[in-house]
Design a protein around this ligand. Structure first.
Ligand code: HEM
Length: 456
């Protein structure tokens, strides 16, 4: 296999630990560039400045304590509602306690493996417009892969969440709103870390408000159109309208349906698009792996459209997608707030402390991974995975608040990758080294261009 399969480390971590205020300034420009070299070797790093405790946790045992074993001592509030609440309201990503539990119980059946397996044709057909566009371009022409993957995953969500092709103007608004909404969220993280009041304006706050209005407006109109058509539909919106809580028989009120539709658009769009973008980057960088994956897909599906049975038989494609999410986790960090006094890795943590789990660092941590910067999908073959701590690899988080869309995203990723790889070859333009930029999701700072050749 590719003998020199190591990625370039960009941005390079600061050599020493940054003072707290400089760290926050870096958070605003790019959180990835704020995590010092010591984060990649230490289990935990604690900042305790001006009475504000901020704790970075990299050790899998400690992460497990936060997300699973001692989950009651850590809350998402008030960080997630500050950062994402303007769009996602009180939806399942943000709600807490009984209000969250009720929604999660109601939504869980919609994301079960047998439900999402039926979405495979939608995943495959979302590749159609992208492939057609590439086919019309000159052979080997550079393509804006980040934009193409965002278009494909948005089409999936329109189809599977809203159940309708949006009017061109709404489509454009939703496509623009995701990025416009997420871009300024770093300010909210920095303000929350400084415990500044939530009402304080920051650069991009009016853009964020507009983006959230756009998303909520599109969701509200889709809901009202659905009610007029009798509410039914196999998509998530139809199910949100008709589903009842299994124990209480209650239905979701309209506001909460809109909160959740916007949540799915925000949580499910960019994450999957970035996962695909980074995977194609790595496959262009390491063409031997690209060719091996293509051969696996050929062996299983030949020239037929990928279907749900094929997807179960593509261990290499799955391993490649998983390894890409190790090096470039689409959700690069998680945040919590300590609700009580607690001991963590020998440190006394105070109530109110901000807890950051930098998944990006955990996935490149030198105590957890051999040659962390080496792209090696074999790490995700069954035998290699078996001894690994559950919380050493966590692109979808962990514990009760782990990603509800995990199975959806894995199937979507594998279906789209397989469909694209058998029809197109990806090569890297000279000097293309995308820089990961964290904006809730991890995106290439200046996008990603790859040369694409359609295979006839
Ligand atoms: C590669 C794609 C994806 C990645 C890497 C990802 C990652 C994550 C992570 C790390 C969390 C946990 C957040 C936390 O604990 O603070 C999460 C939660 C969540 N994700 Fe995803 N996600 C992806 C795709 C999706 C999709 C496709 C959907 C829905 C269509 C979705 C919906 C959600 C929701 C609703 C939650 C909140 C769950 C709860 O709190 O109960 N995600 N996701």
């Amino acid at each position: 296999m590719a003998s020199d399969a190591t990625i370039v480390e960009v941005p390079r971590p600061p050599a020493g630990r940054l003072p707290f205020l400089l760290l926050l300034a870096r958070v605003v420009s790019n959180p990835v560039a704020s995590w010092g070299r010591d984060f990649y070797s230490e289990p935990i790093v604690v900042y305790d400045d001006f009475g504000l405790q901020t704790v970075f946790v990299m050790d899998p045992e400690l992460i497990q304590a936060i997300l699973l074993d001692d989950v009651e001592s850590f809350s998402k509030s008030p960080i997630y509602d500050r950062v994402l609440g303007e769009g996602g309201g009180e939806g399942v990503l943000i709600a807490e306690g009984e209000h969250w539990r009720w929604q999660r119980r109601l939504l869980a059946p919609l994301f079960r493996a047998e439900e999402v397996a039926a979405y495979v044709p939608a995943f495959v057909s979302a590749c159609g417009p992208v492939l057609q566009r590439w086919a019309k371009s000159e052979e080997g022409a550079p393509q804006a892969i980040h934009a193409d993957m965002a278009a494909a995953t948005l089409q999936v969500l329109e189809d599977r969440v809203l159940g309708a092709d949006l009017a061109a103007e709404d489509h454009r608004r939703v496509a623009a709103a995701g990025t416009a909404f997420l871009q300024p969220t770093v300010w909210r993280v920095a303000y929350a870390s400084l415990r500044l009041p939530a009402w304080m304006p920051h650069p991009g706050s009016s853009r964020m408000a507009r983006a959230s209005r756009d998303l909520r407006d599109v969701a509200a109109r889709a809901l009202s159109a659905r009610r007029q058509n009798g509410g039914e539909g196999g998509d998530l919106l139809g199910r949100l309208v008709t589903e009842r809580d299994p124990t209480t028989g209650a239905v979701l009120p309209d506001d909460l349906i809109i909160d959740n539709v916007v949540t799915f658009l925000l949580a499910g769009h960019e994450t999957t698009a970035q996962a695909l973008t980074w995977t194609l980057y790595l496959l262009a960088l390491f063409p031997d792996w690209q060719q091996e994956a293509r051969e696996e897909i050929w062996r299983v599906a030949g020239d037929r459209l990928i279907d749900r049975e094929h997807i179960q038989q593509l261990p290499l494609v799955e391993a490649i997608f998983s390894e890409a999410m190790r090096l470039y986790p689409p959700a690069p960090s998680l945040m919590r707030r300590a609700t009580t006094h607690i001991e963590l890795g020998g440190h006394a943590i105070k109530p109110g402390a901000i807890i950051i789990i930098p998944i990006y660092v955990v996935h490149r941590h030198e105590r957890l991974w051999s040659e962390p910067l080496r792209f090696d999908p074999a790490r995700f073959f069954a035998e290699a995975k078996s001894g690994r701590h559950r919380y050493a690899y966590m692109p979808f988080g962990g514990g009760p608040r782990s990603c509800i869309g995990n199975t959806f995203a894995m199937l979507e990723g594998k279906a789209i990758l397989s469909t694209l790889l058998v029809r197109a070859r990806f090569t890297l333009p000279e000097a293309e080294v995308p820089e990961p930029l964290a904006r809730i999701t991890l995106r290439p700072k200046a996008g990603l261009k790859l040369n694409v050749t359609i295979l006839r």
